[in-house]
Design a protein around this ligand. Structure first.
Ligand code: ADP
Ligand code: MG
Length: 664
């Protein structure tokens, strides 16, 4: 297939601008859908500026006067009565139309409007009046140096020349069944709709295609998984395992026990485990995962646990070491900032089997990493990794079992559809002794109250998180920034307490250092962007203050709130915002992450649940899991039927659908 640079009109500069907004191929270009449409009234003289193009219908009012010039040129003038007034029309070289332009004839004139002379210089005249009186103009997301018009031009040029080559992922039988347009025509309509009815039809068609592809992928992965009886078969020593569980310094909740049972069963079964462990923040997923790792160790296999950030990986590592301190187990930590020497050592230990368990970040899936007998792979906060990265870690072992952990509760109906290829364990119950976190919504004008609340906690030797959404270099925003916040906090508490900052753009070593100091209570107030969102566990922190709370989705707020209330002291969460109080009040009432995520789903669609940017496999170009749930269900049914249908004569399409899976 041709490349983007082959499209006529796309020079090197346009190419790099398109690349900048992630348009890398012709397919990307033609599926860069308008984010809205402007409706232009075409049939109204008063709405057209001087010199603009107009399309207008009316009735011929005067007999056309024909003038002939040299060299066969001619011109006709007549008056046209339209709904918005009478206008003069002149047109060149259409003498042959004269007989049809009798007084009273209904016609449509297309041309340029000279407002001061009240004349349209027509480029075309069509017999008959307009059927659609409006023009729908697509508007695209662009970037500096690239206009919506440019985009439209490139797209249409690409469609014109390469339209037939664009892959169509809907099998013929369904195209027929639903009377869908073919891909090229559908793309033509979505970029140049003539009526809103047609636009609606092709939108459904394109959404269906996207969801069909998505559900096919899930069904396929599930089928592959079921087919393979090639998981490891283990015989776990229950006595040893129970002895170990008894030593855990708290009693496990029923849900934790149930999850452990499910995992142990999976480990022993001949099918490969492919399980999602979902549970609200603070519900205690980690200990469940660690127990699985221990069971896997009892059978002589290695385990790997991958976390999305270094902070989290380090924390897991320290906890695991503490957790297994009585056992003679060799545990390693491997992250981007592990020294070269240590890295080589760890590679060696993983390869010769000396290391039993490894915890790390993406560093775990580098090509150099080889395992001796990897039996269990766990990824924490799984929605933050794309499918591609997950697949990568799986391929490292013989056929390791896989457990995904997620603290982002997904409403059950959606989870079953989206994670249809996985089994799900859910922890709903909270550990005993946890107190409800009090949540307050406050206005910026009430900051004095907030500072007093903070001071009270500080005096009780507790620590504080302060969350700001953006750091200083953020463009054109009046949001409170981290640095500003630090100045404010310093003014209020700087003499008595240590205040510091952690944010996403800091080097990871520096970040770790700050987190370590916060953990050791050498820092009392930690100002942060949302990097603390995932997993951080500092039980002595009892208050979290979130500025510009309206900027966050409820699920994110819930995650952030989960940073406190981890010990036995009463904790509180203060949401500061001057707007959106209605939505934020949900946080005051609700502390069940599943209920909150339902609310979020109702309000915002799936975007926030999966963290829009992080999830390579959850972003759709045109469909939305929430709004198009009906189409999703149909696509799910159809794609499954299609996958199982051996008779299909479209093996090629099946193959390309399958190929699109591994491409990520
Ligand atoms: P998450 O599910 O958010 O990952 P963690 O696994 O980090 O939660 O657990 C949160 C805290 O609760 C940890 O400090 C952990 O030791 C503690 N914890 C876990 N399970 C229990 C339990 N059954 N009883 C008491 N504390 C528990
Ligand atoms: Mg966790």
């Amino acid at each position: 297939m041709a490349e983007l640079k082959d499209v006529k009109g796309i020079g090197p500069k346009a190419l790099s601008l398109l690349n900048k907004i992630n348009i890398l191929s012709i397919e990307d270009l033609v599926t860069h859908y308008p984010f809205r449409y402007d409706i232009l009234e075409r049939n109204d003289l008063s709405k057209v500026e001087d010199g603009e193009k107009i399309t207008i219908d009316g009735k011929v009012e005067s007999v056309p006067i024909l003038m002939r010039f040299k060299a066969g040129l001619n011109k006709m003038n007549f008056r046209l009565v339209t709904q918005s007034g009478v206008v003069g029309v002149s047109i060149f070289n259409r003498a042959f139309l004269k007989s049809q332009l009798g007084v009273g004839a209904g016609i449509t004139v297309i041309g340029k409007f000279d407002k001061s002379k009240n004349i349209i210089t027509a480029s075309d005249i069509k017999m008959g009046i307009l059927t659609n009186k409006v023009k729908i103009e697509p508007v695209y997301h662009c970037t500096n140096g690239l206009t919506s018009k440019n985009m439209s031009t490139y797209i249409n040029m690409a469609l014109l020349v390469y339209g037939r080559e664009i892959a169509d992922y809907i099998p013929q039988e369904y195209t027929k069944k639903y009377n869908f347009l073919n891909k090229k025509t559908a793309l033509n309509v979505i970029h140049n709709p003539s009526t809103s009815e047609k636009l609606k039809d092709v939108t459904i068609r394109l959404k269906y295609e996207e969801l069909f592809q998505f559900m096919f992928k899930i069904n396929y992965l599930k089928q592959q998984n079921k087919k393979k009886k090639n998981g490891l078969i283990r015989e776990i020593d229950k006595k040893e395992l129970n002895k170990f569980i008894k030593k855990i310094p708290f009693s496990l909740t029923n849900d934790q026990m149930k999850a452990i049972d499910e995992i142990i069963n999976d480990l022993e079964a001949s099918n490969r485990m492919n399980r999602l462990l979902q549970g609200d923040v603070g519900s205690g997923k980690t200990v469940v995962a660690f127990t699985g790792m221990f069971a896997n160790y009892l059978c002589g296999y290695q385990s790997a646990l991958m976390a999305p950030t270094e902070i989290l990986a380090t924390q897991h590592y320290n906890n695991l070491k503490e957790f297994l301190k009585d056992e003679n187990i060799n545990i390693a930590l491997l992250t981007g900032s592990t020294s070269k020497k240590d890295k080589l050592e760890i590679y060696k230990g993983l390869k010769d089997g000396n290391i039993n368990m490894v915890i790390g970040t993406h560093a775990l899936i580098q090509d150099e990493v080889e395992y001796n007998n990897l039996g269990l792979v766990i990824t924490d906060e799984q929605h933050r990794f794309g499918v591609h990265q997950r697949a990568n870690l799986q391929n490292k072992g013989v056929k390791p079992d896989v457990l995904y952990m997620s603290a982002t509760p997904i409403p059950r109906t959606y989870a079953l559809t989206i994670f249809g290829d996985m089994d799900v364990s859910t922890i709903k119950e909270r550990p005993k002794g946890r107190q409800k976190i009090d949540t307050y919504v406050k206005k910026n004008s009430e900051i004095k109250d907030v500072l007093e609340m903070i001071y009270k906690e500080l005096k009780n030797n507790h620590q504080i998180y302060v969350i700001a959404p953006l750091i200083e270099e953020s463009e054109n925003s009046d949001l409170t920034t981290v640095n500003e916040l630090r100045e404010q906090m310093k003014l209020a508490f700087g003499e008595l307490y240590k205040i510091d900052i952690v944010h996403g753009k800091m080097a990871s070593g520096a970040k770790d250092l700050i987190m370590e100091q916060f953990k050791e209570n050498k820092i009392q107030i930690l100002i942060s962007t949302t990097v603390v969102e995932v997993g951080v566990d500092v039980p002595n922190a009892t208050t979290i203050v979130i500025f510009d709370a309206d900027r966050f989705g409820l699920s994110t707020l819930h995650q952030l709130r989960g940073r406190v209330g981890r010990g036995t002291s009463k904790s509180q969460c203060i949401l500061i915002s001057d707007s959106d109080a209605e939505r934020l009040k949900i946080m005051e009432r609700e502390d069940d992450g599943f209920v909150i995520s339902e609310e979020d789903f109702k309000l915002r669609g799936h975007g926030d649940l999966f963290g829009t940017k992080q999830s390579g496999d959850m972003t759709f170009k045109i469909a939305s899991i929430k709004n198009d749930y009906k189409i999703l269900l149909q696509a799910k049914k159809d794609s499954k039927e299609y996958l199982l249908n051996k008779e299909t004569d479209e093996e090629e399409l099946k193959k390309s659908l399958i190929a699109s899976i591994t491409e990520g």
